[in-house]
Design a protein around this ligand. Structure first.
Ligand code: UDP
Length: 456
């Protein structure tokens, strides 16, 4: 194929948790809007395989990069090991793969998951723009960008950090409601020498050099001072969320192989009566918490739909599924957005993963949360302290009483009604943002202009 002047965007995905599907969706959206631009999407073979259910687009091509796993590697189910191997193979694996397509059709812009900081170097070497995509919220991005400052103020030695866990992060504009303990691992605590945390630190230094950073949030909804501040630190900060609402259909997450929607439909006569339980694609609560959750669901008598991976199903107590037959449905996968959009669903027990949070907002379902790691605690603080649309399960871990109390609050009490009203208002804001003239639509168009502009 002869080199052309067509814009050709190399899209580099980070292949873990919900990262690749979010970036793939974004790439699809841009491909649909700009049929004249070619998008080459790079990710590991396993992830690319899982994206194959999406209908093909003529200007979106998919390429494999090495996952770094040693030949004959047998997974012990530890995602950290796989991340280690993968990051060990970067940036060489992406460089090699991008070079191959660049030789055929000149790359004119690099779009990457923000985690892949080396995309800045690659873009610079090719003399093109780097547009980074931050899959999570603005506050989480802000604390990462301030890693060096936080380390200077708080320290990184276990004893000094432990003694300061309850201190506020007020020294970062817009972050006074966060405490040191809310920070994601890898900033001042957690194994700072873990490859992913070293990468995130490097990301915090490189992102201010990106031509633009797209953030999966809504301009009018995210915590204003943080977005304002990001606008001064980054060359261009473009909130483009919630991605879930920009998607007309998402074959990977919208199919309903376990018939959750007909099951919910049978409850449609009783709006906001079903609790949906789901902890995302990675997290599994420890066995003791799982047992407590089971007891709470059983004793509360509520109707529930639970997305629970097959391997955890065995941990459910004998007889639980039989005893709750008819009022409970436990399946390994749900079309989550459509579930949250169903009139019967009135509460969502989750881990505060950002996609789940945004989906809950997009469909107006208040939450009960049990945060685990990464940005979960930051997200949790925003939901309860700033937006008032969720409650933490009492004591921070899943206990029978804590879950039952949360369910009672959200489904029966006046406080729950108020939360539903508040999240209902945010739902409208989110809907407007992705409308034809909404802020996220405009920002995504600006991103497309940047991508096209760099083709000149
Ligand atoms: N998801 C889904 N069905 C399931 C479980 C998860 O559609 O049964 C989707 C969910 O809609 C969300 C993503 O997987 O878009 C999970 O992302 P989140 O950021 O909440 O958590 P993570 O998986 O990154 O921990």
């Amino acid at each position: 194929m002869a080199p052309s002047n067509k814009a050709h965007v190399a899209v580099l995905a980070f292949p873990f948790s919900s990262h690749p599907s979010a970036l793939f969706f974004l790439a699809r959206k841009l491909s649909e809007w700009a049929p004249d631009v070619v998008f080459s999407f790079f990710c590991t073979p396993k992830t690319n395989g899982s994206l194959s259910s999406w209908p093909a687009l003529p200007n979106l091509r998919i390429y494999d990069v090495a996952d770094g796993l040693p030949v004959g590697h047998v997974s012990k189910g530890r995602v950290d090991d796989e991340i280690d191997f993968f990051l060990g193979a970067t940036p060489g694996n992406y460089r090699e793969a991008v070079k191959r397509v660049d030789e055929i059709e000149k790359v004119s812009c690099v779009v990457s998951d923000a985690f892949l900081w080396f995309a800045r170097e690659m873009a610079e070497e090719m003399g093109v723009a780097w547009v980074a995509f931050w899959i999570a919220g603005a506050c989480a991005l802000s604390v990462h960008l301030n890693t060096d400052l936080i380390r200077r103020k708080i320290g990184t030695r276990t004893e000094e950090v432990s003694a300061r866990m309850d201190e506020s992060l007020a020294f970062i504009p817009g972050c006074s409601q966060f405490r040191v303990r809310d920070l994601p691992e890898g900033i001042v605590f957690g194994p700072l020498d873990f490859s992913l945390f070293k990468s995130l630190h490097r990301m915090s230094q490189e992102l201010p050099r990106a031509t633009a950073v797209l953030v999966n949030t809504v301009e009018e909804m995210d915590y204003d001072p943080v977005l304002d501040r990001l606008g001064t630190v980054l060359n261009k900060c473009l909130p483009v969320g919630p991605l879930t609402l920009l998607a007309p259909t998402r074959p990977d997450s919208d199919s309903d192989p376990y018939s959750c929607l007909p099951w919910l439909e049978a409850r449609a006569h009783d709006p906001a009566s079903v609790v949906y339980v789901g902890f995302g694609t990675v997290i599994m609560p420890p066995p003791s918490e799982l047992a407590a959750l089971v007891e709470a669901l059983e004793e509360s008598g509520v109707h529930f739909l639970w997305s629970l991976k097959d391997y955890m199903r065995e941990s459910l107590p004998t007889g639980f599924l039989d005893r709750t037959l008819g009022r409970g449905l436990v399946v390994p996968w749900t079309p989550q957005s459509r579930v949250l959009g169903h009139v019967a669903v009135g509460a969502f027990i989750n881990h505060c993963g950002w996609n789940s949070v945004l989906e809950s907002i997009a469909f107006g379902v208040p939450m009960i949360y049990r945060p685990f790691f990464a940005d979960h605690r930051i997200n949790a603080r925003i939901l309860s302290q700033v937006l008032g649309i969720a409650v933490e399960v009492k004591g921070g871990v899943l206990t029978k009483d804590g879950v039952m109390d949360g369910l009672d609050l959200l489904l029966k009490r006046e406080e729950g009604k108020k939360m539903r009203e508040r999240i209902g208002a945010l739902k409208l804001i989110a809907k407007n943002a992705v409308g034809e003239t909404g802020s996220s639509t405009k920002n995504l168009k600006t991103a497309l202009e940047i991508i096209r502009g760099s083709a000149a």
